[in-house]
Ligand binder design. Structure first.
Ligand SMILES: [Zn+2]
Length: 119
């Protein structure tokens, strides 16, 4: 089972998770928020207990908008989006694959989720 580690740019927010298979694709979303950050995200999402998080002090902040179901977490020291709790499946998390060690995020196959229609 491949184990992955990731962090924000400054390292104040770190996370790790295991996947059944190697990551070869990801998901982007075209909603008003995701289009601006243009991230490629882990698909499928992880259950809360599957995402191990290590946060230095109060470095983790979150942003919510619209129906305020999803929680978009970011490091308030370097500003990077690291992971978010999903709108479609509350209690589940997608991570920013650009933050994950050993993943060439620009090389991954990418599906686009039509979040624009929902928010
Ligand atoms: Zn940071």
């Amino acid at each position: 089972m491949p184990k992955y580690r990731g962090s924000c740019h400054c390292g104040a927010v770190k996370f790790s998770f295991s996947m059944a298979e190697e990551i070869t694709s990801g998901l982007s979303c075209n909603c008003s928020y995701c289009e601006r950050r243009a991230a490629i995200m882990l698909n499928p999402p992880l259950a809360d207990a599957e995402l191990e998080r290590t946060i230095e002090g109060n470095a983790l902040s979150s942003y919510q908008f619209g129906n305020k179901v999803a929680k978009h977490y970011f490091c308030n020291q370097c500003g990077n989006y690291t992971f978010h709790e999903t709108m479609r499946k509350p209690g589940y998390f997608r991570v920013n694959l650009g933050c994950v060690d050993g993943v060439e995020s620009f090389e991954l196959d990418r599906k686009v989720f039509n979040g624009k229609e929902l928010l």
